[in-house]
Design a protein around this ligand. Structure first.
Ligand SMILES: [Zn+2]
Length: 106
């Protein structure tokens, strides 16, 4: 999984194809990401103690990571990632198009 929290991604397929958003959460075990503003659903809540009148709650659902592509922070294009070793031995994600390192993420 090369996508990290706070990355900007673009959706490749489905209803939200072409939309961009920030990764709010990464689910490593499921290979899914939660992207701000993408894959919204309306969840209908029944009347309950918390929602005395019932409610419709807008909620993002996680997307499979295969449906998104990372957007480069330097050239602003969706790109594949190359992993490079930095001088200090850490692994840095690098844009395959402009060769610049991609945002820090988490
Ligand atoms: Zn780039």
């Amino acid at each position: 999984m090369k996508i990290r929290k706070n990355d900007t991604v673009v959706v490749l397929s489905g209803e939200d194809a072409g939309k961009r958003g920030k990764v709010i959460r990464v689910f490593r075990d499921d290979d899914k990401v939660l992207v701000q503003g993408v894959n919204y659903v309306w969840k209908h809540m029944r009347r309950s103690a918390d929602y005395p009148h019932g409610a419709r709650i807008e909620k993002e659902l996680p997307l499979p990571v295969s449906r998104v592509m990372l957007v480069c922070t330097s050239c602003d294009k969706p790109t594949r990632i190359a992993m490079k070793s930095a001088a200090d031995g850490s692994r840095v994600r690098t844009c395959k198009k402009c060769k610049q390192p991609i945002g820090t993420g988490e």
